[in-house]
Design a protein around this ligand. Structure first.
Ligand SMILES: Nc1ncnc2c1ncn2[C@@H]1O[C@H](COP(=O)(O)OP(=O)(O)OP(=O)(O)O)[C@@H](O)[C@H]1O
Ligand SMILES: [Mg+2]
Length: 340
């Protein structure tokens, strides 16, 4: 194992309001972050596989202690970004910094842990017991985390004696997580860490990750599960076609697109009146059918009543992070629903 491998074992676009999202590469609070306090930074990073552009002028800065989701559809460039952060690949343009140094050096210093995306296999060596794998990885670090604490955190106590090829997909993933944290890293990269886990496994995993992050570590995870990003990261960096298309708290992303959609049927819709109602950002009239986009559906409905707009079949629907994501990336909903 080389030193660099250590520690690895439905919204339409027109509805996208001007996003009040921070510029990529900047701390969402707007404050400049001194380089020494950054866990990682991409500065104008480009990467190609032959003629295929995977990363295109990527700018991201993550201060230490943050939990950040890299959210993007298949092929967005998430895994490539992680490969660069681990020094497994070199950028063709720009610069990647990790913990104030080069990715390779940070990894060799044992300060970085990672759980890489695997194809069909578990990514674990076959014919070895789980305990042996974890103990071997621990020995690669000068200051590993205590064995028992790692086992408990990752929830792998029940199958320590099992051979790796006999693990279920979700169990293997937990073992790979244990390997990622075995060296007590400051910074952890998790590439779609819950892909093979069942619902309760996912919940337990994210509970544990939150605790892990609260201890001051920096966690960067890649996902195309929108809820996962929103619920488990303080900051969501949306990547598409190798570029950052939005960067901010999940709540800010949601606010960047219409918050609510109000539909009703009305005999003679007065577009001008409807347009003037509180919270309304867009009105579409089709015969007697009206669709209103509103930033404050409660106020809009109250105004409909006050202004005596004779409506029936009123329906208010929410626009979730999924809608925000689709609006930001132009990805199709069924594309996102994959592997749910
Ligand atoms: N080893 C490779 N050789 C050639 N092209 C590659 C290779 N790895 C990735 N790519 C291409 O680079 C682009 C970015 O891929 P990447 O794996 O980084 O995306 P991703 O966001 O991780 O996607 P997913 O959600 O499917 O894991 C895609 O167009 C992909 O086809
Ligand atoms: Mg990937």
């Amino acid at each position: 194992m080389s030193s660099s491998e250590r520690g690895l074992a439905g919204i339409e676009t027109h509805m996208l309001a001007a996003p009040e999202i921070d510029r990529p590469g900047h701390d969402p609070s707007g404050k400049p972050v001194p380089t020494s306090e950054l866990a990682l930074r991409f500065s104008g990073v480009g990467h190609r596989y032959g003629s295929r552009v995977a990363l295109d002028h990527l700018d991201i800065a993550v201060p230490r202690g943050e939990t950040v989701a890299l959210l993007g559809p298949n092929g967005a460039g998430k895994s490539t970004a992680i490969a660069l952060l681990l020094g497994l690949r070199k950028p063709h343009a720009g610069k990647v910094e990790v913990l104030g140094t080069t990715p390779r050096r940070a990894v060799a210093q044992g300060r970085v842990g990672a759980m890489l995306q695997t194809g069909s296999g578990s990514g674990l060596p076959p014919g070895v017991r789980v305990e042996a794998v974890l103990r071997l990885v621990q020995r690669l670090y000068r200051h590993p985390a205590p064995f028992d604490a790692t086992v408990e955190r990752a929830g792998i106590g029940e199958f320590l004696g099992r051979q790796t090829q006999r693990l279920s997909g979700g169990q293997a993933q937990r073992v790979r997580f244990a390997i990622a944290i075995a060296g007590d890293p400051e910074l952890v990269f998790l590439d779609e860490p819950t892909a093979a886990m069942d619902v309760s496994g996912r919940r337990a995993f994210w509970r544990m990750i939150r605790t892990y992050g609260e201890e001051g570590r920096t966690i960067v995870f890649a996902t195309h599960h929108l809820e996962e990003a929103d619920q488990n990261a303080g900051r969501v960096v949306v990547v598409n076609h190798g570029r950052v298309v939005a960067d901010g708290p999940g709540a800010t992303l949601k606010a960047a697109v219409v918050a609510r959609r109000v539909r009703f049927v009305c005999k003679r819709p007065d577009r001008e009146l409807l347009d003037s109602l509180e919270g309304v950002t867009d009105v579409r009239v089709n015969g007697t059918g009206v669709v209103i986009d509103s930033l404050d559906a409660d106020a809009t409905v109250q105004a409909l009543v006050q202004r005596r707009v004779g409506f029936k079949d009123l329906e208010v629907t929410g626009a979730g992070l999924e809608d925000a994501f689709i609006a930001l990336t132009g990805a199709e909903p069924n594309h996102l629903a994959e592997d749910r």
